[in-house]
Design a protein around this ligand. Structure first.
Ligand SMILES: *Cc1c(COP(=O)(O)O)cnc(C)c1O
Length: 367
């Protein structure tokens, strides 16, 4: 049985007419840069998340970078984040000249531990960047409250994996000062290339981010600040607009499939990422923990079923990051990085395919 890790082909087959129609419209009108679909998508995403402002950008990485730039974060500043994430989260902090301060994670959700954030705050702390890992929002209210208590430190949610997730009735991306997401093809809402978006309810941050996105330009050839070339292509916006048509249906499927994995793996007795009751994960990844990961992965490989590791090395142990700033011990991240393994997951995973994945786990754990 062929089981893709993320089934983008079946999605394309289902959405082909509207994707092609949307893309054809762009090819015909010819406004490949900042065409009408860019604003149309931003308005749709504002309505979807409830955020007052949405600024589409070239990627999720660019969204995080522009957000830090909009907050004037730079040399000598510290930014608190998690070591258990994709490298882009910390990369942009170093890019603007600031120092990432890594705080350990909760062992059951793998999201940043809010109670450890407070101990890491200094007078140099200029932002906190929690990641809503595997599609489940971090404990944003707790983090916002700590940030407020320490002089209103801005909070940037890295929601690259969690677009569509809900936290206490509110949508991911609209849970803090700024929310950043990615439309990389394999994310819950993806395009066919690179793309991303910044969300905020702060009009000043929105205006500055819009300028930063186009070389710090307020009007043509007037450059108010040093910016970047960070626009999202009109064609990619058209793809996301088409994919939004089925997005709510896809979220339902994600939830059904994720909960089915939960039930079956709990029966088998496999440790897995835990979802908290006050939030809804979009299961951007479906991740389990196994002590004998190499062995389990090789059994999957023999059966032709793809698996992945998100992430094998915490960022504060990476060659390029381990000597930056003060050394924070993050024992949970160190331990969990050795055990996590992600299973095939997408709205198009069939019950048959899922049954096959579960049966491989059942057999490999019994060995
Ligand atoms: C994918 C991802 C990013 C980067 O997004 P790109 O669009 O690939 O630049 C940042 N943070 C996290 C947590 C991600 O998963």
């Amino acid at each position: 049985m062929n089981i893709p890790f993320i089934d983008l082909k079946t999605q394309y087959r289902k959405l082909q007419p509207s994707i092609q129609q949307r893309m054809n419209t762009v090819l015909e009108h010819g406004q490949y840069i900042m065409g009408p679909e860019v604003r149309e998508l931003e308005e749709r995403l504002q309505a979807y998340t409830g955020a007052q402002h949405c600024i589409t950008v070239a990627s999720g990485t660019e969204a995080l970078l522009i957000s830090l730039m909009a907050l004037n974060i730079g040399d000598g500043d510290e930014v608190i984040t998690t070591p258990f994430t994709f490298v882009a989260t910390a990369e942009v902090i170093v890019r603007v000249g600031a120092t990432p301060v890594f705080v350990d994670i909760e062992s059951d959700t793998c999201n940043i531990n809010p109670y450890l954030i407070e101990h890491a705050i200094t007078e140099k702390t200029k932002a906190i960047v929690p990641v809503s890992l595997y599609g489940q929002p971090a404990d944003m209210d707790e983090i916002n409250e700590i940030a407020a208590r320490h002089g209103n430190i801005p909070v940037i949610e890295d929601a690259a994996q969690s677009f569509g997730a809900v936290y206490k009735g509110r949508k991911s991306c609209n849970l803090s000062t700024i929310g950043c997401t990615s439309f990389f093809p394999s994310k819950p809402l993806g395009c066919y290339g690179d793309g991303g978006a910044i969300f905020t309810n702060d009009a000043a941050i929105a205006r500055v981010s819009r300028e930063l996105r186009v070389h710090g330009q307020s009007e043509r050839y007037v450059h108010n600040r040093i910016g970047v070339g960070g626009r999202m292509d009109t064609l990619q916006c058209a793809v996301v607009l088409a994919k939004l048509e089925e997005f709510d249906w896809e979220l339902e499927r994600r939830s059904e499939i994720g909960n089915q994995y939960n039930r079956r793996l709990d029966e088998i007795g496999v440790t897995r990422i835990v979802q908290r009751e006050d939030r809804t994960s979009v299961f951007g990844q479906y991740t389990i923990c196994c002590k004998n990961r190499d062995e389990v992965q090789s059994i999957f490989k023999e059966r032709g079923i793809p698996t992945a590791v998100h992430y094998p090395i915490p960022l504060n142990e990476q060659p390029a990051y381990k000597n930056l700033g003060s050394k924070q011990q993050t024992p949970q991240a160190t331990q969990i990085a050795k055990k996590v393994m992600s299973l095939p997951m997408s709205p198009y995973l069939t019950a048959e395919q899922q049954g096959e994945v579960v049966s491989v786990i059942e057999n490999s754990f019994l060995r």
